[in-house]
Design a protein around this ligand. Structure first.
Ligand code: AP5
Length: 217
């Protein structure tokens, strides 16, 4: 199975991808998590991308495409993967199409998550993230067992780009750079629209009914 999860920041893509990845034993490839991990480790990629993440701008296509390409050629991705937050531009989508073509594979479906802006803001502003294991929580919708502490024991943080000053920049970048992908994948008959409102379980069921179940069997 090869799936793409597309949608605005904070809509709930990562939450579903992590669960599906565990459920179906398929690796998730989440570019935001990969960049944050590189920043935490202080790698050259981390140093290069930090200012983009902090300001809510997209990392240049060349850097992102190179990182994803290397990841998709790793052994565990041969049987499939779930892409979370990639592609985000037409250039990235074209690069992905080329990787898929070269490896004689295909993308099975693109899940496009949609949600009204007020709820997106509530989800982003209430999110708390674990810098160690990348698990996310929400102050109201999905609080940790111990306040401020991840189940893995690390102290939870609020991502710098989840603060109100950066939120509008991220939403504008999404509108400008990423929404053209909706048409791009609709024209290829790959797009599955998912109503991302309701509980995490509601959304999970919609994604399963939207094709994951059938394609994974
Ligand atoms: P990235 O980490 O990918 O951020 P994003 O796409 O903006 O997505 P988010 O992680 O903000 O949200 P999500 O949809 O995964 O929501 P979540 O499940 O956490 O990217 C960060 C940055 O990296 C970018 O700005 C850019 O700089 C760079 N980058 C990444 N990819 C790139 C690319 N391809 N090209 C260039 N640059 C790139 O949920 C949000 C909150 O809501 C959580 O608290 C969660 O607990 C809660 N929640 C989830 N579902 C529900 C529900 N159904 N009900 C109630 N609460 C819910």
């Amino acid at each position: 199975m090869r799936f793409i999860f597309l949608g605005p920041p904070g809509v709930g893509k990562g939450t579903q991808v992590k669960r599906l990845s565990r459920q179906y034993a398929v690796p998730s490839v989440a570019t935001g998590d990969m960049f944050r991990s590189a920043i935490a480790k202080g790698t050259s990629t981390g140093l290069e991308v930090k200012s983009y993440l902090d300001s809510g701008l997209l990392v240049p296509d060349e850097v992102t495409i190179k990182m994803v390409k290397e990841r998709l050629y790793e052994d565990d991705a041969k049987r499939g993967y779930i892409l979370d937050g990639f592609p985000r531009t037409i250039k990235q989508a074209e690069a992905l199409a080329e990787i898929v073509r070269q490896t004689h594979q295909r993308i099975d479906r693109v899940f496009y998550f949609n949600l009204e802006e007020g709820e997106i803001e509530r989800r982003i502003l209430g999110r708390r993230s674990c810098p160690a294991c990348q698990q996310t929580y929400h102050l109201i919708y999905y609080p940790p067992k111990r306040e401020g502490v991840c189940d893995c024991g690390a102290t939870l943080i609020q991502r710098k780009d989840d603060q109100p000053e950066t939120l509008n920049a991220r939403l504008s970048v999404y509108q400008e750079e990423t929404t053209p992908l909706i048409d791009y994948y609709e024209r290829q008959n790959l797009l599955e629209r998912i109503d991302a409102s309701g509980t995490m379980d509601d959304v999970y069921e919609r994604v399963r009914c939207g094709g994951i179940q059938a394609l994974s069997s």
